[in-house]
Design a protein around this ligand. Structure first.
Ligand SMILES: *[C@@H]1O[C@H](CO)[C@@H](O)[C@H](O)[C@H]1NC(C)=O
Ligand SMILES: *[C@@H]1O[C@H](CO)[C@@H](O)[C@H](O)[C@H]1NC(C)=O
Ligand SMILES: *[C@@H]1O[C@H](CO)[C@@H](O)[C@H](O)[C@H]1NC(C)=O
Ligand SMILES: *[C@@H]1O[C@H](CO)[C@@H](O)[C@H](O)[C@H]1NC(C)=O
Length: 371
C-alpha cells in the first residue's frame, strides 16, 4: 500500500513550533487535500499518538483520499474539515449515503450530528423519477424517503413503509422537506471536545497543554496587532452570523433547485402526477437575495504579486476560506469597502448574499452601461 504523505508547509508557514513535534500532513499533494492536524492525526504516520485526540484518527487510501472510521458505522470518505467551526463533512465510499444514515450509530465517537429528523422510507412498486433514492431504486421499485407526514400518508396508499426513524442530517429540515435527494448529500458532523475554537480564531495551534495531559493548550498565537484583532472580530462575526446565513441560503438553494427539478420531472409520464408535491412542502420563509453575475463581474479582480501586498483594509488571508493568499491567486475586491477575497470564494458568496462578508455593507450595483 502506497500511502502518499506530504508535509503541508501551508500551516507551518512562519516560525510556528508546537509543544510537540506534530507536523501537518495530508493524504495527497494536491492543494485541495485536507490538512491533517490536531485534533486529527494520521494513522501509521510520523505523527505520534500524542499528536491527535482520541477518536480523531484518520487514514489514507491508495487514491489519496482521507478516511474516517467510526466505531460502529464503518468507513467514510472525508470531504472537508472545518477546524474553526469544528465540523467534518463525510460521504459514503459506495455513494449511497441514505443506507449509511439508516445505520449510523455515533456512540463511542467524538462526533455529533447537527440535526435529527424523523424520516420514513417508502418502497414503491413502480418506477418514479421524483424524490427517488437512486442507489436503492431499480427499474421496478422506487425507494423514497420523506420527513413530511402528509406526504408519507399520501404515498402509503401505493407504497409500503420500509422503516421510520430519526436520521442525522446536516441542515435544518424546514428547507428540505421530503427531499430524498437531500439524504444523498454529504453528512456533516461536528465535535465539541476538544474545544479549539478560541485557539483557531486567534490563529494559534491547538494541542495538548503538555505531554500526558488531557487539557488543551493554545500555542504560537500571533501577536494581536490591529489587523489581526480585526480579523478575529471578523471571524466571530462569520461564525455567529454569516455561517448560519450561508447554511440557510444553501438550504433554500437546494430546496428551490430540487423543487424546480422535480416539478419539471413530474410533467413526464408519472403515475403519481396527481399528487402535487409542491403543495405538501411548506415554503421557506427567509429569502436571501444575492447579486447577479454581471454585477459580480463588474467588481475589480486583481492577480496577487509575489509580494502578496494588498491595498486597503486587508490581511493576507482570505476571510471566507481562511486560507493564506499565495502569489498569482486571483482576488476580487468589493468597490465600496475595498475588502478583498479569493475570487472563487466571494463570487459564490455574492450569488447568495449582497453583503460584504466582512463589514456587511451592501455594494451598490454598478448601473449597467448607463447612457
Ligand atoms: C521532529 O520531526 C522531524 C521530522 O519528522 C525530525 O527530523 C525532528 O528530529 C523531530 N524533532 C523532535 C524534537 O522530535
Ligand atoms: C450503538 O452501538 C452501541 C454499541 O454497539 C450500542 O450499545 C447502542 O445501543 C447502539 N445505539 C443505537 C442507537 O443503536
Ligand atoms: C421522532 O419521532 C419520535 C417518536 O415517533 C418523537 O419522540 C421525536 O420527537 C421525533 N423527532 C423529531 C425530530 O421530530
Ligand atoms: C428491485 O428491487 C426490489 C427490492 O427493492 C427487488 O425485490 C427486485 O427484485 C428488484 N428488481 C430488479 C429487476 O432488480
Amino acid at each position: 500500500m502506497y500511502i502518499l504523505v506530504n508535509l503541508f508547509v501551508l500551516f507551518l508557514f512562519h516560525s510556528r513550533t508546537a509543544a510537540q513535534n506534530c507536523s501537518v500532513l495530508a493524504c495527497s499533494s494536491s492543494s485541495s487535500s485536507i490538512p491533517i492536524r490536531f485534533p486529527f492525526r494520521l494513522e501509521g504516520s510520523q505523527q505520534p499518538v500524542s499528536c491527535g485526540y482520541p477518536g480523531f484518527t484518520l487514514s489514507c487510501d491508495d487514491h489519496g483520499r482521507t478516511i474516517l472510521r467510526l466505531p460502529h458505522s464503518g468507513e467514510f470518505f472525508v470531504r472537508d474539515i472545518n477546524f474553526l467551526t469544528q465540523q467534518i463533512l463525510l460521504h459514503d465510499p459506495a455513494d449511497c449515503l441514505p443506507t449509511r444514515l439508516l445505520q449510523l450509530n455515533l456512540s463511542d465517537s467524538p462526533f455529533l450530528a447537527t440535526y435529527y429528523e424523523n424520516y420514513t422510507f417508502l418502497d414503491c412498486p413502480m418506477k418514479l423519477k421524483s424524490s427517488a433514492i437512486g442507489c436503492l431504486s431499480n427499474s421496478t421499485h422506487t425507494v423514497l424517503a420523506s420527513s413530511d407526514e402528509s406526504f408519507v400518508q399520501a404515498m402509503a396508499t401505493v407504497c409500503s413503509v420500509m422503516v421510520s426513524r430519526p436520521i442525522p442530517i446536516s441542515w435544518p429540515v424546514q428547507y428540505n422537506q421530503d427531499l430524498s435527494d437531500y439524504l444523498n448529500r454529504d453528512l456533516q458532523l461536528s465535535w465539541s471536545t476538544p474545544d479549539c475554537m478560541d485557539c483557531e480564531m486567534k490563529g494559534g495551534m491547538c494541542n495538548f497543554a503538555s505531554k500526558g495531559s488531557q487539557n488543551i493548550g493554545c500555542f504560537n498565537i500571533p501577536a494581536t496587532d490591529r489587523t489581526s484583532k480585526g480579523l478575529l472580530i471578523f471571524r466571530i462575526v462569520c461564525l455567529t452570523i454569516a455561517l448560519p446565513a450561508i447554511m440557510s441560503s444553501f438550504g433554500i438553494g437546494v430546496f428551490i433547485c430540487c423543487k424546480d427539478r422535480r416539478q419539471g420531472r413530474n410533467r413526464a409520464n408519472n403515475p403519481l402526477q396527481s399528487i402535487d408535491l409542491a403543495a405538501v412542502i411548506p415554503q421557506p420563509s427567509i429569502v436571501t437575495v444575492g447579486l447577479d453575475e454581471s454585477t459580480i463581474e463588474s467588481f475589480t479582480k486583481i492577480v496577487l504579486g509575489e509580494s502578496l501586498r494588498l491595498s486597503g483594509p486587508n490581511d493576507n488571508i482570505c476571510p471566507i476560506c481562511l486560507a493564506d493568499y499565495k502569489p498569482k491567486e486571483i482576488l476580487r475586491c468589493i468597490p465600496e469597502c475595498a475588502h478583498c477575497f479569493h475570487a472563487e470564494c466571494i463570487d459564490e458568496w455574492l450569488k447568495i448574499s449582497s453583503m460584504c462578508p466582512v463589514c456587511r455593507n451592501s455594494p451598490s450595483p454598478v448601473p449597467p452601461n448607463d447612457t
